[in-house]
Each structure stands twice: as structure tokens, then as C-alpha cells.
Ligand binder design. Structure first.
Ligand code: NDP
Length: 280
């Protein structure tokens, strides 16, 4: 079997087109969706991500403001800025780019964002709502993964879904969202025994590990849908967590890296901002 391409670049462009139209409608009604992005320090990858987010906002008519703070910023200074943005009625979504410098505790920062402005869905209240199956801003990468899966047209109910990785930003929330869709979900991590055996059971395999090409073709069931979340630099190029070429010979659908999950993450950030502005 040769897999069909699950093209996140194309799907995200369609989503951005419809967001642009909806933003224009809101603007006509006097509401300009506003996203505040906070970047602390000079991490080169974070600067690139933040730049892409700002460009994408501009493209769809969302007003974005970038708050660049030096790496020496104290936690109190950052919390003060978040406090001001929480009270600013022109800002509907607040995003703090991770990672943060070591003197700042990310948990305290994420919890300081008002849950109604938590565009990333990482606030404990919104994480709790996800666990309870209640509406909330869903974290962007997992939400983008669900959109990609739905784009295949394959029903998720009753499918065996195996998620490799249990981080709070990808693995755990995507597992919960697959459960919400009535898949039977297994979460694997670095202590999982027989990772290959677990992965081979998957109708839907999500790799969110951060290890280049850890998932090899022999770990993939014939006809599985494979979502590769990983972004790794290897010999000067970007590769995923899945050994793409051989895996594509076994999967029915597969996401490329780059051009799979990455563009969907940004599209979902725009969508979450728009939804928060609409609720406002
Ligand atoms: P984390 O490092 O937070 O989590 C990685 C997870 O993988 C952990 O749960 C870890 O297990 C597990 N793991 C590590 N090694 C193994 C192994 N040998 N076997 C099984 N499990 C293993 O990473 P993130 O979740 O933040 O990100 C994962 C990847 O996705 C990264 O490459 C990141 O760059 C990328 N990413 C991409 C995004 C996009 O938009 N495309 C967005 C966010 C992330 P344990 O918990 O036991 O340590």
C-alpha cells in the first residue's frame, strides 16, 4: 500500500481562508480579534515560531501584538504583563511562547492567564474541562491533529488509537480528544514495554516524541493512519519522528514533515483566537 498524503499545508490554507472571511464579518460588527504573544528571551526557534504566528494573524485580519521581553525578565514582571493583558478588552487571546528561561515557572505563568483568554488551552481550568469533556479552547496541535484525521473521512469511533508521547501540550490532550471521538486509546512513553508491539496494534498512530525516525515501518500496521508530530533537525534538514519513506509504503494516510501537523497548529491558533473574540 502507498499512503495518501495528509496535507496540512493545503488544509490549513483552506481553514485560514474561512477564518479571513469570518474575521472580516466580525470587523464589520466593530470587533477586531486581538492576540497578544509574549516572547521571553532570544531562543532562535521561538523567534521563528512567533514570527510565523504574527504573519499568519496579519494575513487573516487578526490584530497581533508581540511583547518581547529580555531573558533576564523576572517571573513577577511577566505576571504583571499578563495581568495588564488580562484586563485589556482589545486582547481576546494571550499566548506565552514556551520554553521560558529557568527563573520563570511555566505552570505559574500559564495559570495566570485568564481562562477566557487562554488561546492555547493550557490553563489548568481548560485542561480540566478537556478531561471532563466540557467545551474549552482545545490545545492547538492536538486540535489540528483531530482536523487532519477528520479530513481522511475515516470514522474514529471504535478505532485503536496509539499515541506515543505523554506531554501536556501534545500527547495527553490528543489522547483525550481521540477518546472524545470514541476511539480506544493507548498512551505510550519512554517506559512503555514493547513499544513496537503497541504501535503495531494502531489503526491510528500519533507520534509525538521528538526523536528522529524512531517509528519505523515494522511498527506500523498495514493501512494505519500515521500522524507525525515530531520536528527534529537531522543533518541540516527537518525530519519527523516517523521514518517517512518506508512508513508511507504501509500506511493508508500519512502526514509529511514539514507540511503536516505544523501548519495546522498555526491555523488552530487563529481559529481559537477568533472563537475567543466571538465569545467576547
Ligand atoms: P516532550 O519532550 O515534552 O515529550 C516527548 C514524549 O515522548 C514524552 O512523553 C516521552 O516519554 C516520550 N518519549 C521519548 N522517548 C521515547 C521513546 N524512546 N519511546 C517512547 N516514548 C518516548 O515533547 P513534546 O510533546 O513537546 O513534542 C514532541 C515532538 O513534537 C517534538 O519533536 C516537538 O518539536 C514536536 N512538536 C511539534 C509541534 C507542531 O506544531 N508540529 C507542536 C509541538 C511539538 P516520557 O514522558 O516517559 O519522558
Amino acid at each position: 500500500m502507498t499512503a495518501k498524503l495528509l496535507d496540512g499545508k493545503r488544509l490549513s490554507a483552506e481553514i485560514r481562508d474561512s477564518i479571513r472571511e469570518e474575521t472580516a464579518c466580525l470587523r464589520k460588527g466593530g470587533i477586531v480579534p486581538g492576540l497578544a504573544v509574549i516572547l521571553v528571551g532570544d531562543d532562535p526557534a521561538s523567534r521563528i515560531y512567533v514570527g510565523r504566528k504574527a504573519e499568519s494573524c496579519l494575513e487573516v485580519g487578526i490584530a497581533s501584538s508581540l511583547h518581547r521581553l529580555p531573558a533576564s525578565t523576572s517571573q513577577i514582571e511577566l505576571l504583571e504583563l499578563i495581568g495588564r493583558l488580562n484586563g485589556d478588552s482589545s486582547i481576546h487571546g494571550i499566548l506565552v511562547q514556551l520554553p521560558l528561561p529557568p527563573q520563570i515557572a511555566p505552570d505559574a505563568v500559564l495559570a495566570a492567564i485568564r481562562p477566557e483568554k487562554d488561546v492555547d488551552g493550557f490553563h489548568p481550568v481548560n485542561m480540566g474541562r478537556l478531561v471532563a469533556g466540557l467545551p474549552s479552547s482545545r490545545p492547538c496541535t492536538p486540535k489540528g491533529i483531530l482536523r487532519l484525521l477528520k479530513a481522511t473521512g475515516i470514522p474514529l469511533a471504535g478505532k485503536e488509537a496509539v499515541v506515543i508521547g505523554r506531554s501536556n501540550i501534545v500527547g495527553k490532550p490528543v489522547a483525550l480528544m481521540l477518546l472524545e471521538e470514541n476511539a480506544t486509546v493507548t498512551i505510550c512513553h519512554s517506559r512503555t514495554k514493547d513499544l513496537a508491539g503497541q504501535a503495531r496494534r494502531a489503526d491510528i498512530l500519533v507520534a509525538a516524541i521528538g526523536k528522529p525516525r524512531l517509528v519505523t515501518a515494522d511498527m506500523i500496521k498495514e493501512g494505519a493512519v500515521v500522524i507525525d508530530v515530531g520536528i527534529n533537525r537531522l543533518e541540516g534538514r527537518l525530519v519527523g519522528d516517523v521514518d517517512y519513506g518506508p512508513a508511507a509504503q504501509k500506511a493508508s494516510w500519512i502526514t509529511p514533515v514539514p507540511g503536516g501537523v505544523g501548519p495546522m497548529t498555526i491555523a488552530m491558533l487563529l481559529e481559537n483566537t477568533l472563537e475567543l473574540a466571538r465569545k467576547h
